[in-house]
Design a protein. Structure first.
Length: 352
């Protein structure tokens, strides 16, 4: 097939990690897929053997791989960038010269970008709302693309690749983006909802990873479902506090992108963030856990950003504050849990 005939005949995915691979497999039900990976061994294995050599999962023949971002932009109008939050802006800076206003980007990254700040600035608490960007804001800053969306919701990659039923939310201010995402993703195993509250969906997707770490700690300590349910509940309220500080309503946090994703991520060993917390609760150090995890637990970085931002905004988020001490300052886990158990919550719900 000639290059001209290939033009815009694929849906693009940027990122060959577990979630990018899961989304590619979902898309292949309805479309031809072009997936980007920087690694030649992954590209070659997908194209010649139709499998992911690192994850060990089969890849449908409708998926082709490339290590050329320009090829993605030339053959795909609809692109799903799914890379780490830390690598998202550099990826967009590399992709941007190849993008045009007709492109549609729906990202699947659940974290924050830090703008014009060093790690030392962050440690010193030199952070404001203007320092923090969601991925849709990064796309707007780094490219000419206007039609932007995000994927959020209970989307454990391992369950998706196993063909288990689930749902997602596409947050976007544009009906066209939501409809495009629904067309390529919807199947009998995968239901797609739409929401205009893209900022709320992005915040929920990032912040729930923090609470998942805390829930994992409880699991690692051998604690039961009662205390886990309490942590998830109070954690949801803290997520809503952050949302209000960013100017969003509580609505996205009590929907599929919020409580749905939170319950999923905060209760499953298939969640990297829950697993990180579980190992921490079992006595391993943050450094050891991070060095041995095959993929990044986004909540570790998000926790650092959220804690310092909460300090700046003077937010009442004791779970976030205490988890920061446990994860980043080696605070005694048992003392942290005891502190949270004894914390005087005088009002159950105060955001409605």
């Amino acid at each position: 097939m000639s290059k001209n005939n290939l033009q815009h005949s694929f849906v693009g995915v940027i990122g060959s990690g577990s979630f990018g691979t899961a989304v590619s497999n979902l898309l292949a039900v309805n479309s031809n897929v072009l997936i980007f990976s920087r690694r030649k061994d992954i590209v070659d294995a997908i194209n010649t053997e139709h499998r992911h050599p690192v994850l060990g999962v089969p890849m449908p023949e409708r998926i082709r791989a490339t290590s050329d971002l320009q090829e993605i932009s030339e053959h795909c109008t609809l692109i799903f960038p799914i890379v780490t939050s830390e690598g998202f802006r550099p990826m967009m800076q590399s992709l941007s010269p190849h993008l045009r206003p007709y492109h549609i980007l729906i990202h699947g990254t659940k974290g924050f970008d830090i703008r014009n700040m060093t790690e030392e600035d962050l440690r010193q608490g030199k952070i404001t709302r203007n320092s923090v960007r969601t991925m849709s804001e990064v796309i707007r800053e780094e490219s000419v693309v206007v039609r932007i969306g995000c994927l959020s919701g209970p989307n454990l990659a391992s369950e998706i690749m196993a063909g288990q039923p689930t749902a997602t939310v596409i947050g976007s201010k544009f009906d066209e983006v939501v409809n495009a995402g629904k067309k390529v993703l919807s199947s009998r195993h995968f239901q797609v909802f739409g929401s205009y509250e893209i900022l709320g969906a992005e915040l929920a997707g990032a912040l729930k990873n923090i609470i998942a770490i805390g829930s994992g700690i409880l699991g690692g300590l051998g604690m039961g479902k009662n205390i886990q349910a309490l942590l998830i509940n109070r954690g949801l309220i803290e997520m809503i506090y952050f949302g209000k500080a960013f100017g969003t309503s509580p609505k996205p946090f009590v929907g599929t992108a919020g409580i749905g994703d939170l319950i999923c991520t905060a209760t499953s060993m298939s969640s990297r963030n829950y697993t990180f917390g579980y190992r921490l609760g079992q006595g391993e150090s943050t450094k050891v856990i991070l060095s041995s995890m095959p993929e990044i637990a986004e909540g570790v970085r998000t926790l650092k950003i959220a804690k310092h931002l909460a300090d700046h905004l003077k937010l009442h988020v004791p779970i976030t504050q205490m988890l920061y001490k446990a994860v980043h300052e080696d605070y005694d886990i048992s003392q942290a849990i005891e502190y949270l158990m004894r914390y005087p919550y005088y009002v159950d719900v105060d955001f409605i």
